[in-house]
Design a binder for this molecule. Sequence first.
Ligand code: IMO
Ligand code: MG
Length: 420
Amino acid sequence: MSKIDVVLGLQWGDEGKGKIVDVLAGRYPAVARFQGGPNAGHSLHFAGRDFVARSLPSGIFREGCTNIIGNGVVLDPIEFRDECGQAALLGAKPSGSVLISKKTTIIAPTHRLLDAAREAAAGKGKIGSTLRGIGPAYADKTARRALRAGDILSPDFEARWKALKAQHVAEIRSLGFECDPDKEDADFLSAVEFLRGFRLVDSENFVNGWLDSKPMLAEGAQGTLLDIDHGSYPFVTSSNTTIGGVCTGLGVPPHRIGRVFGIFKAYCTRVGSGPFPTELFDATGDEIRRVGHEFGAVTGRPRRTGWLDLVALRYAVMVDGVTDLVMMKADCLDGFDTIKICTSYKINGVETSDFPSETDAPIEPVYTEFPGWKQDLCGVTDPSVLPKAFNDYVAFIESATGVPVSIVSLGPDRDTIIER
Ligand code: IMO
Ligand code: MG
C-alpha cells in the first residue's frame, strides 16, 4: 500500500507551492489537485521557461506523470482549454495525461459575472476575490444546484446550464448591475466540447486503486489562512485548503495520507482584504515586495507584505499536521541588516501565542530580531556555504514549530533546491 503525500500552503497563498510540486513531481507518478480552481496561480520555472498553472496540476510538465483534477475542484472549461493550449506550446500533453473527476464542479461564465457583482455590491466589505467565479461556483455546489463535469455527457446538460444561468442573471440584476450574459455562450459550449475529449473518472475509485500500488502527490491551492473554516472568515476562499480537503476533495481516507509538506515564505504576503498582523506599510515592506516580485501571478495586484508570523505558522502546522516544512524565498531577505520574526501577539495588552478567530482583534505583533546574513544566497544549492546567521534563523523556526525544515529553496528555478 502506498501513500498520498501532500503539499499545502501554510500562509495566505503564493508560498511557492507550484515550484515545490514541480520539483517533487519528478518523484511521484501522479499529482492530484483536490480543491480550488483558477484562483490558483502556481508558477513553474524550468529550462528557461515560465508557466503559471491555474487548474492543471503542476506535474503537467513531467513526462509520464498522471495528473488528476479531483471532485473538490471547481473547473472553468474556458480557462482550462486556454491553459491546456498554453501548456501544449511548452511541450505538455494535457489530453493524454489529465483525468477529471465526474464530480468536479463546473464554473460557467455567469459565475464570474456574479463574483464581480457580489464584490461590487459589498463595497468596502469586499473580499478582494480573484473574480474567477470561485465563490459563486462553490455556493452553487453547496446549494445542490451546480453542474458537475460528469453532467457534460448528459443530454439535458444545455438545458440545466441555461436554467442555472437564468438564476445567476436574476441575482446580478437584483444587485443592481447590468451584464451581457450571452457574450461567452458559444465559447463556453465549445470549451465544454473540448472537455469531452478528456477522461472523466470516478476519482475516488481511481485514486484509491492507484494507491494500492503507487504513491501520489496532492497539490493544495491557496493557503491555510484562506481556508473557509480555519482562515480569517469571511476574508477567505470558498474551499478547505487544509489537510481535510485532501480527504473530501479526492475521496481518500486519512490513513492513506503520508508526509505533509507545509510550504511557507521566509516573510508573509497577502492579496485581497483581511487581517495581516505583521503587515509592513513602510520602506521595508516595499523592499520585500520589490525583491520578492510580490505581484499576483493571476491578477497582477501588488501583494501586501510583512515579516514572518510564527503564531500563524504554528497554527497552520497544528491544523494541517505538517511533517516537513519547506522554506521559500529566504534569499529575498539577503540585503536586510536585521530580520524580524513575530513570535507572539499582544491583544489588548495581553500577550498570547494563540491565533485568534476574531478578524477584528487589535493585534500588536511581538518580534524577535535576528542579524541579517548580508550575503547573496540566490541560486545556492550547497548547504555547506550557508552562513551561520542563516542557519540560526532556520533552527529558530524549527524549534518554535517542532517540525524540521526539510527543504530550503533559494531561487525560482526547478534545480535550486537544498534538502536537509
Ligand atoms: P495560490 O494557489 C493568494 C485570495 C483572494 C481573496 C480570497 C478569495 O496561487 O496560492 P477567491 O477568488 O478564492 O474567492 O478569493 O482569496 N486568493 C488567493 N491569494 N493565492 C491564491 O492562490 C489565492 N486564491 C485566492 O485574493 O483574498
Ligand atoms: Mg497565487
